[in-house]
Design a protein around this ligand. Structure first.
Ligand code: JHZ
Ligand code: SAH
Ligand code: ZN
Length: 415
């Protein structure tokens, strides 16, 4: 395991208690920082090290690059690349429209991190007043092109105040895979307080700590994810802002996510699911330090097994190609030392990533056509969270004798 350096101990972003990393993934580049060859010499690195705050229960990384280094006019992740995710966000939007917004007159919906408009387009199509707050200018422009009203800025308390002054209070503030990205989370929660009507709701979902721990899904840990939430840590955070978790809804996406519904304390009854989830977190030991010692051991074992498998396939002269140049793959390739001698290229459908090199390990990223033109012997599934969708559309690959390699929840060859 990589040595920890001095940056690995600091203070919890939520409660200010001293925290210390329980492991380090070592030097890591920007997870979505796909590069041209000319950019390789000046590539940026930081130390990726997770910590658990025993005081307030918030799991977080101790060092995170500045938001502007990650979210900018060439942000490489476009939400709408997965058809399952399109369906997921259609259901999310309909649930909000038919649930909390049902009887409201002229409701107003704000979404943080609305990306290419994957969710808000359903509000736009229904003629609902809406606003996306999306700092990455390229994906914000893609949303606007679909008729989604979008401002390109980072959401915080100031943004909330300005939005309220211009558009009035919001009935719903939504966010998917964005709340866990924002290190100044108190400002976001304060902003929710500023922006929401008295019976307004804050609904957000992010990868769930329980799933990460149970499945050893360590690849969810990368620069963009400052936090890894549980019901316990979100409840403690909400309390500091006179908010309350009124419901929790597990989601199958991104390898296991949790949707949290928050409102002003006392405004709504609290669903039984909240207490049930808290109890399951206790049973899982999410608040115990030993749990993270075990996670560290499981992560190290996963690396050894994946490396051994790839080295063995190399010795046998097998062709291995990566499938989906996900953000998560940056943690896996860098931590496991997966370089172009082990994985020939990574197939990805995002034009912005194609023709570039993977962050840190510099594996070429190529269009899916290159994968289909000459199937490899093995495809290393970096998009394991989309496994069902991907395996269903790649039946011809397995039909031709191709095999999948997955590493969550354990290193395995399928097919
Ligand atoms: P996917 C991103 O994570 C980053 P990533 C972010 N931090 C986050 O939290 C989640 O999204 C929400 C490719 N792909 O969704 C396209 C194929 O090539 O697991 C994309 O480049 N073929 C905001 O990057 C990449 O996968 C396919 O058939 O880990 C997206 O990967 C499919 C389905 C995807 O997100
Ligand atoms: N909600 C989409 C996009 C997730 S990607 C989905 O689930 O697929 C995370 C997005 O959050 C990026 O587009 C990034 O630009 C945006 N983001 C990062 N910090 C933000 C902030 N402070 N306020 C609003 N959006 C932010
Ligand atoms: Zn804390």
């Amino acid at each position: 395991m990589a040595e920890l350096n001095h940056s690995a101990s600091c203070r919890c972003r939520v409660c200010g208690a001293p925290i210390e990393a329980f492991m380090s993934f070592g030097r890591m580049p920007i997870a979505n920082g796909f590069l041209a060859a000319s950019e390789i010499p000046s590539e940026y690195f930081f130390e990726l090290a997770p910590a658990f705050c025993g005081h307030c229960g918030m799991f977080q990384i101790v060092e995170q690059p500045r938001p502007e280094k990650m979210f900018h006019a060439e942000y490489a992740f476009y939400s709408s690349t997965s058809r399952y995710m399109q369906l997921h966000f259609e259901k999310f939007a309909l649930g909000v429209l038919e649930g909390v917004l049902k009887d409201r007159r002229d409701p107003f919906v704000v979404e943080l991190g609305s990306n290419d408009g994957i969710m808000l387009r359903h509000f736009a199509a229904g003629g609902i007043r809406h606003l996306g707050v999306e700092p990455s200018a390229n994906v914000a422009a893609a949303a606007r092109a679909r008729g989604v009203r979008t401002v390109s800025r980072f959401f915080d308390e100031t943004a909330a105040r300005e939005i309220r002054a211009e558009d009035g209070p919001a009935d719903a503030l939504l966010g998917a895979n964005v709340m866990c990205h924002i290190p100044y989370i108190h400002s976001v929660f304060a902003g929710a307080n500023t922006l929401l009507t008295p019976r307004g709701v804050l609904i957000f979902e992010d990868p769930y700590l329980g799933d990460i721990v149970e499945k050893t899904a360590y690849d969810q840990i990368y620069d963009e994810h400052a936090f890894y939430f549980s019901c316990a840590s979100i409840s403690a955070l909400a309390l500091r802002h006179e908010l309350e978790v009124i419901d929790v809804l597990p989601q199958p996406v991104h390898g296991g996510s949790m949707r949290y519904v928050l409102a002003r304390a006392g405004a709504y009854p609290v669903a039984e699911a909240v207490q049930r989830l808290r109890a399951s977190e206790e049973a899982l030991g999410l608040e115990r330090p030993e749990t993270y010692d075990r996670l560290r051991a499981n992560v190290a074992r996963s690396r050894e097994e994946l490396r051994a498998l790839l080295l063995d396939l190399k010795r046998q002269g097998r062709r291995v190609v990566g499938y989906a140049a996900t953000s998560k793959s940056t943690t896996v390739t860098n931590y496991c030392g997966i370089t172009p001698d082990l994985v020939e290229f990574i197939s990805d459908t995002t034009p912005l990533k194609q023709g570039k090199f993977s962050p840190g390990t510099h594996i070429p990223v190529r269009p899916h056509e290159d994968f289909a033109a000459r199937y490899p012997d093995y495809a290393l599934l970096f998009g394991w969270n989309h496994g069902e969708e991907i395996m269903a559309k790649e039946r011809a690959f397995t039909g031709a004798g191709g095999k999948w390699i997955v590493y969550v929840p354990k290193v395995q060859v399928l097919g």
